[in-house]
Design a binder for this molecule. Structure first.
Ligand SMILES: Nc1ncnc2c1ncn2[C@@H]1O[C@H](COP(=O)(O)OP(=O)(O)OP(=O)(O)O)[C@@H](O)[C@H]1O
Ligand SMILES: [Mg+2]
Length: 354
């Protein structure tokens, strides 16, 4: 059993409270991703799990054992950082085996474990090279190899891909996911890249200002965000928001500040008559067949597979992702429909989902 429990964990630096009582339950073998904007406390939380940072309050257990007072080396975890700091004078094999050597392992054991990790990561042909002779992605794999040889209960990753170019990130993303499927070790992975979170995680923890906003599977968070923050954070391009008052009655309609009316597919009963924010994902917008919301096209960005269209509605910018090729031009006036069953409703005052 190598689950991980974070119970009411707090952190203050002097008088400044950074983490305000975080609870997360991680099952054995689960791949959990911590996401949130810069400064929300992701690295601090990870470093507290690793034991590199003392906790101010609460309890952290690994495999059922409270580790609050254990040294990092006694916690049975391995951490991969953003700048993976390989030893430049050592070969790949020496870099990977160094921790085992420090722990007093015998030469044949070190060679066997390094060999196994090298095979998993496709590093066998590179074992004799120095870090300077490797590409960014290969260095990243050596850093992972160093973690794997220790056969830890839990892997901790802090933005391991952020130094890589876009193409390599996508490749390494798939490699880390495949690695997890093979090793089935519990992983806690920090990123501020919500696409990494959506594609890799079994479970995502969304943090803001040292607090948990929501925990769930990627699709739970995407389909049922609990508040405006989570709704706007997950999804790329981000969800669009429009504010207005929802009229009561059989045909749900949003009355925008200008008085313009937006017909909706449906609305939850508890939203009727309220000041709300509706959230529409860029892929849920369509052309209106009759009526619709007047909008002006501002920018058109074809990506090949789809077209991203920036529009102005009531002085606000919206993003529309069209699957079909758009016959649109800047400054063109269009009529939009938001009559999708996937529209989200939030209370304007509390920002909570209705
Ligand atoms: N040693 C320290 N002393 C005082 N404040 C600190 C210290 N380390 C971190 N902080 C503060 O704690 C907060 C959380 O920092 P943390 O590094 O955990 O953020 P993060 O979510 O990892 O951000 P990023 O995405 O930028 O890496 C920040 O406001 C930071 O300034
Ligand atoms: Mg960080």
């Amino acid at each position: 059993m190598s689950g991980l429990t974070i119970k009411n964990v707090k952190k203050s630096y002097g008088a400044v409270d950074i983490i305000h009582g975080v609870d997360v339950d991680i099952s054995d073998g689960e791949f959990v991703i911590l996401v949130g904007p810069s400064g929300c406390g992701k690295s601090t939380l990870l470093r507290m799990i690793a034991g590199l940072e003392e906790i101010t309050g609460g309890e952290i257990s690994i495999g059922g054992r409270v580790v609050n007072n254990l040294q990092p080396k006694d916690r049975d975890i391995a951490m991969v950082f953003q700048n993976y700091a390989l030893y430049p004078q050592m070969t790949v094999a020496q870099n990977m085996g160094f921790a085992l050597e420090l722990a007093g392992a015998k030469r044949p054991e070190i060679e066997r474990k390094v060999g196994e990790a090298a095979q998993i990561l496709g590093l066998q042909p590179l074992l004799g090279r120095k870090p300077a002779q490797l590409s960014g992605g290969q260095r990243q794999r050596v850093a992972m190899g160093r973690a794997i040889v220790r056969d830890p209960k839990v892997f901790l990753f802090d933005e391991p891909l952020s130094n890589l170019d876009a193409k390599l990130r996508v490749k390494m993303r798939a490699e880390i996911k495949a690695l997890h499927q093979r090793l089935k070790t519990t992983i806690v992975y920090v990123t501020h890249d919500q696409i990494e979170a959506m594609t890799m995680a079994d479970k995502i923890v969304v943090l803001q200002g040292g607090k948990v906003e929501q925990i769930g599977t990627p699709l739970e968070l995407y389909d049922r965000p609990r508040n405006v923050f989570v709704a706007g954070f997950l999804g790329s391009p981000a969800m669009n928001f429009l504010e207005g008052r929802l009229t009561a009655g059989p045909k749900p309609t949003l009355v925008l500040p200008s008085g313009a009316q937006v017909e909706l597919f449906d609305a939850p009963a508890q939203a009727e008559g309220k000041d709300v924010l509706i959230g529409i994902r860029p892929e849920d917008i369509s052309f209106a067949t009759d009526g619709g919301v007047p909008a002006t096209v501002t920018v058109i960005e074809p990506t090949g597979s789809e077209t991203h269209v920036a529009l102005e509605v009531e002085g606000k910018e919206l993003t529309w992702v069209m699957r079909e090729r758009a016959e649109l031009a800047p400054n063109q006036k269009v009529q939009l429909s938001f009559k999708s069953p996937n529209v989200h409703f939030f209370d304007k005052a509390t920002q909570e989902r209705l």
